[in-house]
Design a protein around this ligand. Sequence first.
Ligand code: 2P0
Length: 321
Amino acid sequence: MKSSTAIAHPNFALIKYWGKSNIVSNIPAMDSLAITINTMKSETRVSFPDYLEQDAWILNGMEQVSLGQIKAPYDYLKKISSTDQPILIESTNNFPTAAGLASSASGVASLVTALDSALETKLSSQEMVEAAILGSGSAARSLFSGFVHLEVSNDNLKCATLLETDEWPLNVIVCVTSTNEKTISSRQGMEISKTTSPMYNDWVNNHHEDIKLAIQAIEARDFHQLGKITEHNCLKMHKVMKTSNPSIDYWNPATHVCVKNVKNMQKKGFPVFFTIDAGPQVKIICEPDVTKDVISFIENLPGIHSIIESSLGKGARTIDE
Ligand code: 2P0
């Protein structure tokens, strides 16, 4: 058994998934469509030290009490490899963890990629998707580069790149408005919405139209149309969250200020749009030549903790020598 290290980047959904059809196998109740980005990353090293008596997971330097969310994908690969040697998993993120920046997606994608290499399981792309989903519904998307579509049909999954990074280069500016871990995890929030929001059924039933419009916009490289459907879908998801009981509101005052400023930039003619996930951070997508203007527009707004600039990125991969 050899040690192996893999990296993966977060992906941000333009058309979101919020809700599961199957909690046990962690299957999303709807498709999603995302962009994988490139500057933020998770790195996972898998090794088999002789002294180790049981499996261990160290996340950002802290030994975890259990394998938690990574246990299911881990078990999937371990079963195929039939190894019983204890494994040491060391993961780091170069950005805030569990704060609405998709750390579970990049973390799980880097984990399954490192495990597949170290355990020599040689999973097919489809098996990698199935393994990743077990850890996080959005993780399969981080296995792929550029614009990524995760299709779900009767609990069957299909994930693929629609456009590569260089086929439509866009930039993403992440406005970090808080580095605190969220108090309601996506997993908990999705179940609360599914069981209590009066909007949930419409959210699921009308979702396909949003996916269709977004795919058309991506194929046509229609920035305006992609922005329109992305913002519409994002605001709809946050309404589903807010109309849940208890009401879920991931936004903070700086989130609102950022959104208002993106709308102002649009009025001035800048090619920009926003999206927001299960956290208070605002992701601004823009055409590359206005990146500097956008940053100077938002960097001094009240409540902005930091800004991360990125372009579109590659899928998960090993970085072994
Ligand atoms: C998404 N989110 O499509 C949506 C939008 C957050 C808001 O997928 O329970 O970490 O581990 O499957 O995948 C975040 O949820 O949740 C997410 P689990 P996940 O990106």
